[in-house]
Ligand binder design. Structure first.
Ligand code: NAD
Length: 255
């Protein structure tokens, strides 16, 4: 799948990994629909120029994501939606039992699962239905879906029951979705980032961020959003990448 002249939907595109991916795909000659809950998505789309459109939307809403997919199909000028890079998500921390002995809040758990896991399914189902209508390209390829997991899916820390479970669900869907969508010529991949310098991580105190950077075997630093975007671009353009989760983490394995 080429990036040039093809159209991609990017969720979570107002910030961090999604914003960097939108920038990279536009620089490579692609067109992008940026979808995010935040109104900052409009300013980012404007910065990216004519090749970008913004759609305010919630990844857990069928109507919102259908509108984003429709906007991408319209922007594609007859070529259809070529790919999705799904980055929207939230981080959450809560112990099962807190210091005072109180049980974790069930609604907070459900919210994380709903946005990170159900949101991913929602984006995949609507994007795949649109891609299945595309004319087949080389090898019969019609589209590619890239989801965002996390190394917390494998190396979850204390307090990450909800976040780790949501991301493990994203990992778990990759292979069955890739197997199912193979008949439509649509690939499904996931990227499991380590710790990246984005607004999501900016709430971590400096000391904790330095400790995390020191724990990375090489390079001893946090990941840069464009390094995520470069992997997304490689996945789009390399047709043999399918049904797999790629850790992008400098070799870190959390204790
Ligand atoms: N930054 C990291 O270190 C890191 C590590 C592993 C995984 N991830 C994952 O990468 C993805 C992107 O994270 P980021 O670091 O760029 O975070 P970020 O907070 O900078 O960006 C996330 C974006 O998602 C949007 N969003 C949140 N909920 C939404 C919803 N319901 N509908 C639509 N948009 C919504 C936010 O408005 C925000 O713009 C997330 O899924 C996150 O879990 C990040």
């Amino acid at each position: 799948m080429h990036v040039k002249d093809n159209t991609f939907l990017i969720t979570g595109a107002a910030s961090g990994l999604g914003a960097a991916t939108a920038e990279r795909l536009v620089a490579a000659g692609g067109r992008v629909v940026l979808c995010d809950l935040s109104d900052a998505v409009e300013a980012h789309a404007e910065r990216l120029g004519d090749a970008a459109r913004a759609v305010r939307g919630d990844v857990t809403s069928g109507d919102d994501i259908q509108a984003a997919v429709d906007a991408a199909v319209a922007l594609a000028d007859g070529r259809g939606l070529a790919g999705v890079v799904h980055c929207a998500g939230i981080v959450s921390v809560a112990k099962l039992v807190d210091r005072e002995g109180n049980p974790a809040d069930l609604d907070a758990y459900t919210r994380t699962i709903n946005i990170n896991l159900v949101g991913t399914f929602n984006v995949m189902r609507l994007a795949a239905a649109a891609m299945a209508k595309n004319a087949p390209g080389e090898d019969g390829e019609r589209g590619v879906i890239i989801n965002t997991a996390s190394i917390a899916a494998m190396d979850g820390q204390v307090g990450q029951c909800a976040y780790s479970a949501s991301k493990a669900g994203v990992v778990g869907m990759s292979l069955p979705a890739a197997r199912e969508l193979s008949r439509h010529g649509v690939r499904v991949m996931a990227i499991a980032p380590g710790v990246f310098e984005t607004p999501m991580m900016s709430e971590i105190p400096d000391e904790a961020a330095q400790a995390l950077a020191a724990a990375v075997p090489f390079p001893k630093r946090l990941g840069k959003p464009d390094e995520f975007a470069r992997l997304a671009e490689q996945i789009i353009t390399n047709p043999m990448l399918n049904g797999e989760v790629i850790r992008l983490d400098g070799g870190i394995r959390m204790q």
